[in-house]
Structure formats: C-alpha cells, structure tokens
Design a binder for this molecule. Structure first.
Ligand code: HEC
Ligand code: HEC
Length: 219
C-alpha cells in the first residue's frame, strides 16, 4: 500500500502540473483569439457618402448587358450586347426556368459551351420568378439601389446577403461569359470590394439628379 502510493504520487503531481500548465496555455490562447476577433469584427462606422459612391462605382457592371439580359423587363431573357429578345420563343415561365419543352437547362449547362453563338452557362441558369422578377431596366441608380435593399423585392436579402449573392457562379459568369461575348467592365476584385464597402458602410443609396432637383424645388 505504502509502496504504491510513493510511486503514484510523483505521477499525480506531474500530471497535475501538466494539466494546470495546459489550462493556463488554453486560456491564454483563447484570450488572444478573442482579442483578435474583436479587432477583426470592429463595426465599420456608417458613412453614407462613401457607401453611395461605392454603389455608383459598380453601376456600369449592373447595367451591362451580361447582367441586364436576365434583369430586364418582359417575361423573357435577352441576348447579345444589343439585348435583343431571346430567340426560339424562350419565356420566363412559372418558375423562371422557361415553359414546357423550352426549359433553360435544355440548352444552358453549368458552363459555357465553346464556340460563337453557343449557349453560355453557369450553375442554376434561369430567370427570377415572375412573382419577384427583379427587373432593373428603367430604374434610376437610386431606385436600383433601393431595390437591392428591399427584402420584399430582392429575394428576402439583407445587404450583406446581396454581397454574398455577388459571389455566386451565376453572377461571376459576367466576367467569363464565353466566346464572342464582352465581359462586364470593372475588374471582379474591385467590383466585389465596392459592393462590400457599400454594405458595411451602411448601404446608403446615391441621390438621383432628378430627385435632387425635386428636393431643391421643394416638391
Ligand atoms: C441567367 C440569368 C442571370 C444573369 C445573367 C444574371 N442574373 Fe442576377 N439573378 C438571376 C436570378 C434567377 C436571380 C434570383 C435568384 C434568387 O433570388 O435566388 C437573380 C438575382 C440577382 C440579385 C439579387 C436580387 C436583386 O435583384 O436585388 C442580384 C444582386 C443579382 N442577381 C446580380 C446580378 C449581376 C451583378 C449580374 C451580372 C454580372 C447578374 N445578376 C446576372 C439571374 C441572372
Ligand atoms: C433552345 C435552346 C435554348 C433555350 C431553351 C434557352 N436558351 Fe438561352 N441561349 C441559347 C443560345 C444558343 C444562346 C447564345 C446565343 C448567341 O450567343 O448568339 C443563348 C443565350 C442566352 C442569354 C444571353 C447571354 C448574353 O448576355 O448574351 C441569356 C441571358 C439566356 N440565353 C438566358 C436563357 C434563359 C433564362 C432561358 C430559360 C428561361 C434560356 N436562355 C433558354 C439557347 C437557349
């Protein structure tokens, strides 16, 4: 009995020290992690002018035919840099995927097919649903920005989710649209940085020239 204790106790002491040391180390590591997380997640102060300017900066992409061909008025997609109506009677249909035999996925795959006038493609290639058609055509910059912020019209998204949506393959397709198609104008990295800046600085919208005039005139 006495013998066993004398062997066991140095182990017990060593184990206890070991445990205490690990505990202290763990607490220290957690502390550093926490401090770092605090630094990283510092809320960015709201800055309306910068947010609105960031939105203005990405408008040339939003209004580009690569985006507008699915976000224009009418119950059909459009094609080409002149945004002509999609050939072959293609229509939006009840779920944005076309009607009956002419479903988008009949021709469009999850990648571009090589060659001029071959169907472009990206995962989930379809139009927005008719109940929430996300039509940008005819909107001023201010109205387009308000649409992006309106959960009832944008697919239930908060601004940070609009940022995330800009990173999905269907949107990123605009930078790699397949043979013979002009890509959207602003470098992808810059575009994503701007939309992020817009959201984190409070997602303010640019004031339209017309809106500014009516304000000055007191309408
Ligand atoms: C092939 C058709 C197609 C193309 C091309 C396309 N979109 Fe869309 N877009 C959709 C569909 C469908 C939705 C609805 C998806 C959802 O709600 O999940 C959508 C929704 C959106 C939304 C969120 C809703 C809104 O309107 O506020 C944004 C932002 C958006 N698209 C950006 C873009 C940008 C930027 C481009 C061009 C680089 C682009 N899209 C090109 C089909 C398209
Ligand atoms: C019968 C085959 C077919 C079907 C069905 C079809 N498309 Fe297309 N689509 C094409 C072809 C081919 C092209 C390329 C035309 C070209 O480059 O001249 C094209 C081009 C497009 C473009 C133009 C891209 C650009 O910016 O120029 C969009 C947008 C588009 N289709 C959306 C759709 C959507 C949305 C659906 C379903 C509602 C659909 N298409 C159904 C064959 C089809």
């Amino acid at each position: 009995m006495k013998n066993r204790k004398s062997i066991a106790s140095p182990f017990a002491v060593a184990a206890t020290y070991c445990f205490l040391f690990s505990l202290v180390l763990w607490v220290a590591v957690q502390g550093v992690e926490y401090a770092r997380a605090q630094l990283v997640h510092q809320p960015v102060p709201r800055d309306d002018a910068t947010a609105a300017a960031a939105f203005e900066a990405i408008v040339p992409v939003l209004r580009h035919p690569r985006c507008m061909n699915c976000h224009s008025s009418g119950d059909f997609p459009r094609q080409g840099d002149d945004s002509h109506r999609h050939t072959m009677q293609v229509r939006r249909g009840p779920d944005g995927e076309g009607v009956n035999g002419v479903r988008c996925s009949t021709c469009h795959q999850d990648h571009n097919l090589a060659g001029l006038h071959m169907p472009p493609g990206a995962p989930d290639w379809h139009l927005p649903f008719p109940a929430m058609p996300m039509i940008w055509e005819g909107l001023s910059d201010h109205q387009l920005c308000e649409l992006f912020k309106d959960a009832r019209r944008n697919g239930g998204r908060i601004p940070q989710q609009i940022v995330e949506h800009m990173n999905i393959p269907l949107v990123l397709w605009g930078w790699d649209p397949g043979d013979g198609r002009t890509p959207v104008p602003i470098p992808r990295r810059e575009f994503l940085a701007k939309i992020q800046e817009w959201a984190e600085k409070g997602a303010a919208c640019p004031v339209d020239a017309s809106a500014a005039t009516s304000q000055t005139l007191g309408f």
